[in-house]
Design a protein around this ligand. Sequence first.
Ligand code: ZN
Length: 117
Amino acid sequence: MPIRLTEDQQHKLFQHIREKWGQNRPCPMCGHNKWTVDATVYRLAAMTTETAAANHIVQPLATVRCRHCSNMVLIHLTQSGVATPTELSLAAPGQPESIVGMATSGSVNIDSKDETH
Ligand SMILES: [Zn+2]
């Protein structure tokens, strides 16, 4: 069963987007301003040769999708303050360590290896 943002977390996500993007932020691909937010929590996992570290290099994300051209923007849930690692762990019984780890060592590891910046 997918993990979904609570109503409070969804409210924080909308608030974050409004605060950072402003009220009128058209899609950079098509120019339309028809965004939709998916309340499902996604994870972006790094490819790694170390099996033990695989679950610790994970980014918790929400998607914001353009309804005209399907371009997607990813919002990092813990960095944006939408959800805490503890809240995400509580939402996923059975995987607490992997989800807690993604907000601490995970983001640092990925950012330091990202050559696109
Ligand atoms: Zn678009």
